[in-house]
Design a protein around this ligand. Structure first.
Ligand SMILES: NC(=O)c1ccc[n+]([C@@H]2O[C@H](COP(=O)([O-])OP(=O)(O)OC[C@H]3O[C@@H](n4cnc5c(N)ncnc54)[C@H](O)[C@@H]3O)[C@@H](O)[C@H]2O)c1
Length: 274
């Protein structure tokens, strides 16, 4: 991940980075709103959603109206960077197309990258096209520390995710471990609850060495992630207690905020952290 802008332009040179938004749900709306209020120095040029009414509704709510694309090709037309805020299927269906067409992609549905074949295909395309994949920190903190720690060696990365039972598709009146094992297997079993495990695996020790525990807990009303990392540097423990997004209780608000922060970072002359 670096600071070079899409299309080989230097920062501050020429036009603003042109964003195409794939997915006009909760994260997409929060990001579109931030760009519209000029919180982020980019232009939102087009929006696309499998539910075209959602895309139209979002476009009408913005001061600067983006095009409403009716296909991925339409979304790609005048775009430098596609922000995927849709689903793992969208990454599988469109990720290759985006990079192959010479555009960068920011991926929020990170769980899709646990699929080794897809991951390899995307990384080969990066090497071939010189494009970039951005993966925001999403709903967690601590990736900066893991990146630094990794340079001299990490011994273990453990994630314990605690959610209200309904979010894990279960009912229980007491704390219950619903999964314990590798991040790779956990992602297969709980595809809708695993973006954090996927991001942690990509940054740290990989999908097969990252330990994941998922707990259904009737006493929590928010998503809680506890991360423990041990290595040559010592040890750190981080506890996230994430409030839900205003429009989607399943998505932590911080995840949407991290999309905004990543776009700011891409535009920034100073690289802070790590
Ligand atoms: N990286 C993280 O830490 C993190 C955290 C929270 C959510 N997420 C992921 O980000 C994504 C977006 O989250 P959200 O809360 O905005 O979801 P959402 O359900 O509110 O919105 C998703 C939107 O994308 C559209 N969509 C889904 N699949 C599509 C496809 N194949 N083609 C076109 N449009 C499609 C839907 O119609 C919907 O409008 C989800 O996959 C979610 O799991 C990641």
């Amino acid at each position: 991940m670096g600071k070079k802008m899409s299309g080989g332009k230097k920062r501050g040179e020429g036009k603003k980075m042109r964003i195409g938004l794939l997915g006009c749900g909760n994260i997409g709306r929060i990001l579109a709103d931030a760009i519209d209020r000029e919180e982020v120095d980019c232009s939102l040029v087009a929006v696309f959603d499998q539910d075209i009414e959602r895309a139209r509704e979002l476009a009408t709510q913005l001061r600067r109206k983006p095009d409403v694309a009716d296909s991925i090709e339409g979304l790609l037309q005048d775009t430098d960077l596609v922000v995927e805020a849709a689903s793992q299927d969208a990454v599988r269906d469109y990720g290759v197309k985006v990079l192959d067409s010479g555009k960068d992609i920011l991926i929020m549905s990170v769980g899709a990258l646990a699929d080794e074949a897809l991951f390899n295909e995307l990384t080969q395309l990066i090497n071939k096209t010189g494009r970039r994949i951005y993966v925001p920190s999403g709903a967690i903190a601590g990736l900066d520390g893991i990146k630094a720690a990794k340079t001299k060696g990490i011994d273990s990365v453990e994630l314990t995710t605690r959610k209200p039972p309904a979010e894990l598709g279960t009912t229980t009146d007491k704390e219950t471990i619903v999964y314990e094992g590798t991040a790779r297997e956990g992602i297969k079993k709980f595809p809708k609850n695993v973006n954090v495990a996927a991001t942690l695996s990509l940054v740290g020790m990989g999908f097969d060495k990252t330990k994941l525990r998922i707990i259904a807990d009737p006493d929590v009303n928010r998503n809680v992630h506890e991360i423990r990392v041990v290595g040559m540097f010592g040890e750190f423990n981080i506890k996230m207690e994430n409030l839900p997004s205003p429009n989607n209780p399943k998505t932590s608000y911080l995840a949407a905020m991290s999309t905004i922060a990543t776009l700011k970072e891409i535009n920034s002359a100073i690289q802070l952290g790590t």
